[in-house]
Design a protein around this ligand. Structure first.
Ligand code: MN
Length: 248
């Protein structure tokens, strides 16, 4: 069993060594992570410049690319055999609801799925400094079950862990992706020379508190696990559109 660990926060994230610690019992752990923060890069690939890989420790590499680049290197780089599992994270901040479409953390796990292996994305719901130790224990437990029980091809797990002492976690909930309230996500300011500038992000995201969602579970102190599929086709709409006049 070979496990690729990557992230989008960069090779300096303390979460990487914590994931290595909890995943090492399952097999060989290889870390390939971006050389700097690549959050919100989604599934971006670097196509217009060369990429450089640096060995920074035993089975540990940094790459001057995106999280998805890192996964591609693990599967197609000649320096290692193909991984059997991709674990991405632990992200420093949430990846819930529609944010999975922006997330570099989730994208790396998706890339693993596209390469034919299970993908696990994990995020700790805080921006505060943390050592990720207890969160990594949770991820290790869920990965163990993933390996024991099996996971369908093209499926991935998106884990979000509430930021509180482990003794205050209520358990693990299987959830669906929630919905964000998109509001004030583009902030307009004036720079010292009087020109407008804009900042994407604004305040922390606000969520619709719907029962059964990732956000609702995390907010109530549960670890949230959302199984995700990459099937985006709207099959019901396909059937409906058969009734359209589609002659050219
Ligand atoms: Mn990140």
């Amino acid at each position: 069993m070979r496990i690729l660990v990557t992230n989008d926060d960069g090779i300096g994230s303390p979460a990487l060594s914590q994931l290595r610690r909890v995943l090492q019992p399952f097999g060989q752990v290889i870390v390939i992570a971006p050389d700097r923060n690549q959050s919100a890069m989604s599934q971006a690939l670097t196509l217009h410049r060369p990429l450089r890989l640096h060995e920074v420790g035993e089975d540990t590499y940094s790459l001057d690319g995106t999280p998805t680049d890192c996964v591609l290197f693990a599967f197609h780089g000649k320096f290692t055999e193909r991984p059997d599992l991709v674990v991405s994270g632990i992200n420093h901040g949430p990846n819930m609801g529609e944010d999975v479409f922006y997330s570099g953390t989730v994208a790396a796990a998706i890339e693993g799925v596209l390469q034919g292996v299970p993908g696990v994305a994990a995020s700790l719901v805080t921006r505060k400094p943390t050592d990720f130790r207890e969160a990594a224990d949770v991820v290790g437990n869920l990965v163990r079950q993933t390996l024991e029980r099996g996971i369908e091809p093209r499926t991935l797990l998106n884990i979000n862990i509430p930021f509180r002492p482990a003794t205050e976690w209520r358990g693990v909930r299987v959830t669906r992706l929630g919905s964000r309230v998109y509001d004030d996500t583009l902030v307009r300011k004036v720079d010292p020379r009087g020109r407008d500038y804009f900042w994407i992000g604004g305040e922390d995201p606000v969520w619709k508190p719907e029962d059964g969602t990732d956000f609702h579970a995390v907010d109530a102190g549960w670890v949230s696990v959302t199984p995700m599929k990459l099937e985006l086709t709207d099959h019901a709409r396909c059937a409906d559109m058969q009734g359209w006049d589609l002659r050219l």
